[in-house]
Write a protein that binds this ligand. Structure first.
Ligand SMILES: *Cc1c(COP(=O)(O)O)cnc(C)c1O
Length: 236
């Protein structure tokens, strides 16, 4: 992939982050840009890392481990796992990642707690729109679920994560993201040591700008890094 294309794309994403932070009176440093590198090879991922991006996300274990090995001299990189993680596979990956974005059941938390050598930063995945095709707890299940994790010293709920429906228009996106933000604040205010819940992982290529306006602190951007055809923000 052309190095210049990647650099131009990154510049455009960063400008958009800046712009949307200004619009919503936020500090741009409060938004962490994650490069979702699942669709590209090791070399292309390295090109992104060489520009100074530190957060990378994968949704397949084998690929994450392979890329981490390939980029092993880049110690600054933080690895995010954003995929569905089967309980029996936890032990194969959990000590290779810095963040896990898809915690949504007790048994999985129990296994992470058991296998992790250090506390793992987890996002509880929430299916705000209650699409049947999506993973995640419903809004009404989240508080009780988080309380059930109090004994797990290796599971730290740093925040909540969601994915908006693919076809959602701006208003629906705003509603989904602000709903998640309110829930995050409710949990944050409980001041739980095992669930500080200060972070919001929301926003992808097509909706990260709206997500930032609604309080996202981690945006998971994939195709916008790598698409060749310009960076125009999709009209909604
Ligand atoms: C693939 C993926 C992304 C990135 O999607 P893009 O539309 O390519 O930006 C973000 N989050 C999750 C959970 C994903 O699986």
């Amino acid at each position: 992939m052309l190095e210049q294309t990647i650099k131009t794309n990154i510049q455009s994403i960063e400008t958009n982050i800046q712009k949307n932070c200004e619009l919503s009176h936020r500090n741009p440093h409060s938004v962490n840009l994650i490069c979702v590198s699942k669709s590209v090879d090791n070399e292309t991922t390295k090109q992104v890392a060489d520009t100074g991006i530190v957060h990378f996300a994968e949704n397949r274990m084998e690929k994450l481990i392979e890329k981490k090995a390939f980029l092993s001299d880049q110690k600054q990189i933080k690895w995010h796992f954003i995929g569905n993680l089967q309980r029996r596979k936890v032990k194969n990956i959990i000590n290779d990642i810095d963040y896990f974005h898809a915690l949504d059941n007790f048994k999985l938390a129990e296994e992470i707690n058991k296998r992790a050598l250090n506390p793992i930063k987890c996002f509880v995945q929430v299916n705000v729109s209650e699409e049947t095709s999506k993973q995640g707890l419903t809004i009404s299940e989240v508080e009780e679920f988080i309380q059930s994790l109090s004994e797990f010293k290796n599971v730290v709920v740093i925040g909540l994560m969601t994915m908006a429906p693919f076809e959602a228009k701006r208003e629906e996106l705003q509603s989904i993201f602000s709903t998640l933000n309110k829930l995050k604040v409710t949990i944050e205010e409980k001041d739980l040591s095992y669930a500080p819940c200060t972070e919001l992982s929301m926003g992808m290529s097509r909706d990260y700008e709206v997500a930032i306006q609604e309080g996202a602190t981690f945006v998971r951007v994939g195709s916008k890094f790598f698409n060749e055809e310009g960076n125009e923000v999709a009209e909604r």
